[in-house]
Structures are given as structure tokens and as C-alpha cells.
Ligand binder design. Structure first.
Ligand code: HGY
Ligand code: MN
Ligand code: MN
Length: 400
């Protein structure tokens, strides 16, 4: 499976993945998923929001156990964030069939569409739509950096944007959702464990800061006469770091747009996207309010206008305690495996679903902790341990 997936959407220049929603690379990932489903005799379907499902047993029977993740990537993402959960799902099913497992509940494997939000700015579009956490009107307004709307992108990929919408019936089939994911930090590496169980996801969001100044000649405009939005933006980046440090949170400006983007012009517009996350809501509010306040002061000092728009927000997610304890029990029985329970600052489709269905996550050790980068890694024997753990969990939940 990895041999087939690894070349898809990989940039030869960076070695990272550029698998954005509704592009050719995304289509290739989707074709791969369908082929994996069909090769195993699983019933394949794509839902109204473009999420792909592969079923063993009849999902209409209900109380299904579903596993899976996503195949799209951030710009120059690593190989594992997303695909590890999907590959491991198919491999775990193979493992269970090899064990001669007898299934008492339907089992589903899912590939959620557009988890990273790299193209349209909003993460987890497929699962949000399904869960009713994103309205059709909001989805239809999403636009990429080239001005292409989500409906246009879907249509050119051969999907029907008018079908988008909440899917309570599909969610009602699911009795438990377990997402396996590469860890995006070093907790397991530091504790010396291969596998962890998720406790919670930090509340997180994305805010767009538009600093509007005045374009002017870089050679002839006196410094005192400039309304340079780059200066207030730069000061805001430093304020973000300061506020995050004070609150024990994180804040990142990782994406920026500049107009007119000319080397010899003072910019007219600097647009920066803030991603901020904290262990609790109050700390996150403190950080973002502090950054915005500082940004307004810097903008005023430079005679620059500022608009701040919250583009997305996901509240804290506390994963289902009963399911979490069940996973710990299954993985702790008859093995030497120690399975720590960890929180994470990373968002996941499992977090979106968690308000609707009992949801849990398994993390696989990442030896460097690096993620959202071509340098993301997971050792092969840790990945195998992940497959075994997922197979054990599926067997414990869905088999006699
Ligand atoms: O950005 C995130 O936390 C995630 O990987 N989508
Ligand atoms: Mn990610
Ligand atoms: Mn992911």
C-alpha cells in the first residue's frame, strides 16, 4: 500500500506532499482508496460530502465500528499524517481476516475529505459537513487562493456540490469511531512507548489579519511618510509569540499574502493567518485577545487599517471516556504494551465526530515529533505495532 501511495502528489523539489482537496493528487488518492476497498471485497461508497467509505458487513444494521483518517495533506506535508490511519485500517482488517476473526458488528474504513483545509482554509470540511458543524451556505462560500470556490472545485472533480449537507443517517450507523494517527509531538518518544491513546484535543482556531496600508515607491517614499502594513504585521508576529509564551499556549503565523508583492514597493496589504491553540478555552481567549489588541495598537501607530476575522474554531474535545477505557483494557490485556494516554494540540476528524458518536484515537510514535513537514517520520516496526493495536481494538469491539 505504501509503495503505491508514496509517489502520489509528492513534490520532487521538497520531498513533501501536496495533496489538496479536489485536485489531481486528491483524485489519485481517492482512486487508490476505492481500489483497496474493492480488492478486499468491501462495499465502497462516497457520501454526499465526498467522504469515502469501505464496508465489511451491512452498515444499515447499525452500531458499526469505523476506523480510518484522511489522505489529503498540508503544503509539503509528510507521508504519515492521515495516510497512516487509512493504510493501518486496511492492514488491520487483513490482519483480522488472517486471524479468522468472526465479526458481530459492521466494520467501516473511512477516508474523510479535505481534513487539512490546505486549499480552502477550513480544516475537516468533509467531517464538519457530515456532522452538521459547517452549513452548506458556509461551505459554498469557501474559496481557494486562486478564487476558485469549493463548489467549482468539486464540480471539476466530478462531484455534485448541491449534494453537500449534514448526514445524520450515516452518523447514526456508527457505534464507535477509532482514528489511528502518527503522533505529532514527542511524548511517546520521550516515554519510550510505541502506541498511545488520545485523551483530548486542545481548542484551536484560525484568524485572518488584514493590515491595509498604502502602496508606494520603495526608493522615494520617506520613512516618515509611509503607511507600511508589513511593519505592523511583523510586530504582531512577535506579539503572538509573546502572548503564547505567557499563556503556555501556541500561536503561529505560517501563511502570509502580500499585495502588490513587488520587491520595490511598500505593500498596500499584508494578510497573515494566525493559528492558535491552548489547553483550555480561557487561555486561548487570552492569547488571541492579546494578539489582536497588540495588532490594533501597531496598526494605529503606522496609520494602517486592520480587520480581524475568525475563519474557523474548534472547541476543546474530550474523547469518550468509556471507549478510551475500553481501548486501554483491550490493549493492556495479555500484552507487555504500556499505553499512555495523551492530549494533543492537533485537530482531527475524530474531534469533529466526537460530539456525535463515541470516538477514540490511537497515536503511533514519531521519533522526532516533526509533522506537517517532509521530515515527518514513523519507524516501520512502530507502524506495525500500530496495525496490531488497531486490529486488537477492532477485534475487541467488533468480533466475538
Ligand atoms: O492542523 C491540524 O491540527 C490538523 O493536522 N488538521
Ligand atoms: Mn495534519
Ligand atoms: Mn491528520
Amino acid at each position: 500500500m505504501w509503495a503505491e501511495l508514496l509517489p502520489v502528489g509528492r513534490s520532487p523539489a521538497s520531498g513533501g506532499y501536496r495533496r489538496y482537496a479536489w485536485t489531481g493528487a486528491d483524485a489519485d488518492c481517492r482512486t487508490w482508496f476505492q481500489e483497496q476497498a474493492e480488492a478486499r471485497g468491501l462495499a465502497f461508497e462516497t457520501d454526499r460530502n465526498g467522504n469515502q467509505w469501505a464496508w465489511l458487513g451491512d452498515p444499515a444494521a447499525g452500531n458499526a465500528v469505523v476506523t480510518g483518517s484522511h489522505l489529503d495533506s498540508v503544503p509539503d506535508g509528510g507521508a504519515f499524517d492521515g495516510p497512516l490511519g487509512v493504510v493501518s485500517a486496511f492492514a488491520a482488517l487483513d490482519e483480522l481476516r488472517g486471524r479468522g476473526a468472526r465479526f458481530t458488528r459492521p466494520v467501516g474504513i473511512v477516508n474523510f475529505g479535505d481534513e487539512e483545509g490546505a486549499r480552502f482554509g477550513l480544516a475537516c470540511v468533509g467531517s464538519r459537513l457530515t456532522a452538521g458543524a459547517l452549513t452548506v451556505e458556509q461551505a459554498h462560500r469557501l474559496t481557494d487562493g486562486d478564487g476558485i470556490t469549493l463548489p467549482q472545485a468539486m464540480e471539476s472533480a466530478g462531484y455534485d456540490p448541491d449534494a453537500l449537507g449534514p448526514d445524520p443517517e450515516r452518523l447514526a450507523r456508527i457505534g464507535a469511531f477509532v482514528e489511528l494517527h502518527v503522533e505529532q509531538g514527542r511524548a511517546l518518544d520521550l516515554s519510550g512507548d510505541r502506541i498511545g491513546i488520545a485523551s483530548a484535543i486542545w481548542p484551536h482556531g484560525r484568524w485572518r489579519f488584514d493590515f491595509r496600508g498604502e502602496a508606494n515607491h520603495a526608493g522615494t517614499t520617506r520613512l516618515a511618510d509611509r503607511h507600511d502594513p508589513m511593519l505592523s504585521y511583523a510586530e504582531t508576529v512577535l506579539a503572538a509569540r509573546r502572548e503564547a509564551e505567557l499563556a503556555g499556549a501556541v500561536a503561529t503565523f505560517g501563511k502570509i499574502g502580500v499585495e502588490p508583492n513587488g520587491v520595490n514597493a511598500v505593500p498596500s496589504l499584508v494578510r497573515g493567518w494566525l493559528d492558535s491553540r491552548a489547553a483550555d478555552q480561557a487561555s486561548l481567549d487570552t492569547v488571541v485577545t492579546g494578539i489582536e489588541k497588540a495588532a490594533r495598537a501597531y496598526a494605529a501607530a503606522h496609520g494602517v487599517d486592520l480587520d480581524v476575522v475568525r475563519e474557523s474554531f474548534t472547541p476543546v474535545v474530550e474523547f469518550d471516556h468509556a471507549l478510551r477505557d475500553e481501548l486501554a483494557r483491550i490493549l493492556g490485556t495479555g500484552t507487555e504494551l504500556r499505553v499512555p494516554v495523551l492530549g494533543t494540540g492537533a485537530g482531527h476528524d475524530a474531534g469533529i465526530l466526537s460530539g456525535r458518536v463515541p470516538t477514540a484515537m490511537l497515536f503511533v510514535r514519531n521519533p522526532t515529533g516533526v509533522s506537517h513537514s517532509p521530515a515527518e517520520r514513523a519507524a516501520e516496526d512502530d507502524c506495525v505495532a500500530g496495525v496490531t493495536a488497531l486490529a486488537d481494538v477492532l477485534e475487541g469491539l467488533a468480533c466475538t
